[in-house]
Design a protein around this ligand. Structure first.
Ligand code: PLP
Length: 383
């Protein structure tokens, strides 16, 4: 199948130029059918639905994500969002000894930053670094955790995470990799990287919709950790309703309470398409299209913020133009969907289903709008 043949699986593509998969990937038509299946199982199977698949969804859907990130089965579990996944990881650690530093970078996604900062109340010392070189330098024997991003959300820059993981492991610290902006468009192999924890969601490049995030825990580590943010899904025998906690084996012990069943039904439709195409193929097309986009933006005389080097460029193209807030509103009025970050510029996220003609349309519309001196302004939404 040609990549553009997949367009018919996403109804919104018939009506919009959808260049915003770094924020909210489009809904596969199959997701609607999955939600209908969910309703049908609730309606016809009732309570029996729990034992017929619902209860296991955080594990079975996690296994699907595991295949996309190079992780073994039973190493990845589903949560509601990345913030909760990272909170479960944090809950495994105390910040009262010599080793109580969290070293992170200033370009982490704000929700993750806020959560890490809040650990000060538990005794954590926070060290904020400018970039990956600064992180490597800052990590020492006092470091407990290193929460970093694979791809920086504002600029689409791929970080060189290997030296960070190597340095963290040298001193006995753990790395938590936020791969929300990479998985689905940039290949990731958590096993090859040897990273301790990885997390991400479904809203963006995976086209899985909100409410379904994943957490990978390195298999040899999972059994040694005991999260204190825990619930009955993490128990070895949840349906024995035992009075005392006994952790389940593996990543299951990183679960909490009742899963977000409808979101997990919906999410699988997007994952299946990504798996069917393969991230390597998506990546090859993404590199070609982001290159094309950057060339057109260069020709229009705009400042491209996205890294030029393919090995550092994620799936997005970020560009700064005069009056870009107003340009964003005008593009939206023309059903050309992108977003903006006030201190950076416009973000475009082409995905496997976009045509080159759509890239050309967006670039020429932007050139024309900026050339005319657009003046409106619009608030930013979404991550
Ligand atoms: C890198 C990154 N991490 C995390 C998030 C979101 O975190 P959460 O799932 O907690 O809303 C986003 C965007 O929404 C993001 O771009």
């Amino acid at each position: 199948m040609d990549l553009t043949d997949y367009r018919e699986r996403f109804p919104i593509l018939a009506k919009t130029t959808y260049l915003i998969s770094h924020s909210l990937g489009p809904m596969p038509a199959q997701a609607e059918r999955r939600l209908a299946e969910y309703a049908e199982s609730w309606n016809t199977r009732g309570i029996r639905a729990w034992e017929e698949g619902w209860w296991e969804l955080p594990i079975t859907v996690g296994d699907q994500v595991a295949r996309l990130i190079g992780a073994p089965p039973r190493s990845t579990v589903m949560h509601q969002n990345v913030t909760i996944a990272e909170a479960v990881v944090l809950s495994c650690f105390q910040f009262d000894g010599e080793r109580k530093r969290i070293v992170y970078e200033e370009e982490n996604f704000p929700s993750v930053r806020y959560l890490q900062q809040a650990q000060r109340a538990r005794g954590a010392e926070i060290v904020v670094c400018r970039d990956e070189e600064a992180i490597v330098e800052a990590i020492d024997e006092r470091t407990l955790l290193v929460p970093i991003s694979h791809v920086i959300f504002k600029t689409g820059r791929i970080q060189d995470v290997e030296p960070i993981i190597r340095r963290a492991h040298e001193v006995g610290a753990y790395v938590v990799l936020d791969a929300y902006q990479s998985v689905g468009t940039v290949p990731l192999d958590v096993t090859a990287l040897g990273v301790d924890f990885a997390t991400g969601g479904s809203v963006k490049w995976l086209c899985g919709g909100p409410g379904a995030a994943w957490l990978y825990v390195r298999p040899d580590l999972a059994g040694r950790l005991e999260p204190s943010l825990v619930g009955w899904q993490a128990h070895a025998r949840p349906f024995a309703f035992e009075p005392e906690l006994e952790y389940a084996e593996g990543a299951a012990r990183f679960l909490t309470g009742t899963p977000n069943v409808p979101a997990l039904y919906a999410a699988t439709a997007g994952y299946e398409i990504i798996e069917e195409i393969g991230v390597e193929r998506i990546r090859a097309n993404s590199l070609r299209q982001t290159e094309l986009f950057m060339r057109l933006l260069d020709e229009a005389g705009f400042e491209v913020v996205t890294p030029r080097k393919p090995e550092r460029r994620g799936g997005s193209v970020v560009v700064r133009t005069p009056g870009f807030e107003a340009a964003h509103a005008e593009l939206k009025a023309r059903d050309i969907l992108c977003d903006l970050r006030p201190d950076v510029g416009l973000r475009f996220g082409p995905h496997f289903f976009n045509t080159d003609a759509e890239i050309e349309l967006a670039a020429s519309a932007l050139k024309e709008i900026v050339g005319r001196g657009a003046r409106l302004s619009a608030p930013a939404r979404g991550g």
